[in-house]
Design a protein around this ligand. Structure first.
Ligand code: ABN
Length: 178
């Protein structure tokens, strides 16, 4: 116990001596100037141009023309397998499948003309899904399942006779109102 007291006592007096010495050398003005710079610096930090857009901004910057890539602009609100990577195209269902009677409509920004377009995402129905199809989950503007009508994690083949989901196409409906 005595040994500990001695040890802590020595540490205390060592730190006290060091602090007193640095206070004498540095001075109050120097300390205030440094603290001021630190405070102003931390205040300005939130104004600096950080990338707050994260993945969506990255997708917009990339502006790929590859329609078998989930970051292709028309797929901004898609949830499903791309027909363009399943034997069909962006707008046509692969042979042996048919377009769903109901669909999900999203609004996507076309980076080539900077205009917003309404895009209809129809599922193609009547075939078993292929395992090597590209699966995308961009679903911009989607809301959780309890907001019925704003949820896209749905098999849109539900109104077709053949309800088996195959893939999703993205058809332009028109320009969205500004
Ligand atoms: N709209 C694509 C899809 C199909 C089945 C289940 C979930 C989502």
């Amino acid at each position: 116990m005595k040994l500990f007291n001695k040890l802590f006592g020595a540490m205390d007096s060592f730190s006290e001596t060091r602090l007193r010495k640095s206070a004498r050398n540095i001075g109050r003005r120097h300390f205030l100037a440094k603290t001021g710079v630190l405070l102003v610096g931390t205040g300005v930090m939130p104004l600096l141009p950080f990338n707050r857009g994260m993945s969506s901004a990255y997708a917009a910057e990339k502006a790929t023309t590859d329609d078998t890539d989930c970051s292709y602009w028309r797929y901004c609100a898609l949830d499903g397998n791309l027909c363009s990577s399943s034997g069909g195209t962006v707008t046509t269902c692969p042979a042996g499948s048919e377009a769903s009677k109901v669909s999900w409509v999203g609004t996507c920004l076309n980076p080539h003309d900077n205009k917003n377009y309404l895009v209809s995402y129809n599922d193609c129905c009547g075939k078993a899904t292929v395992s090597n199809s590209v699966n995308c989950f961009t679903s911009q503007g989607e809301r959780p399942g309890y907001r019925m009508g704003l949820h896209n994690d749905i098999n849109w083949c539900m109104a077709n006779t053949n309800k088996g989901y195959y893939c999703t196409v993205a058809t332009l409906v028109g320009i969205a109102n500004e």
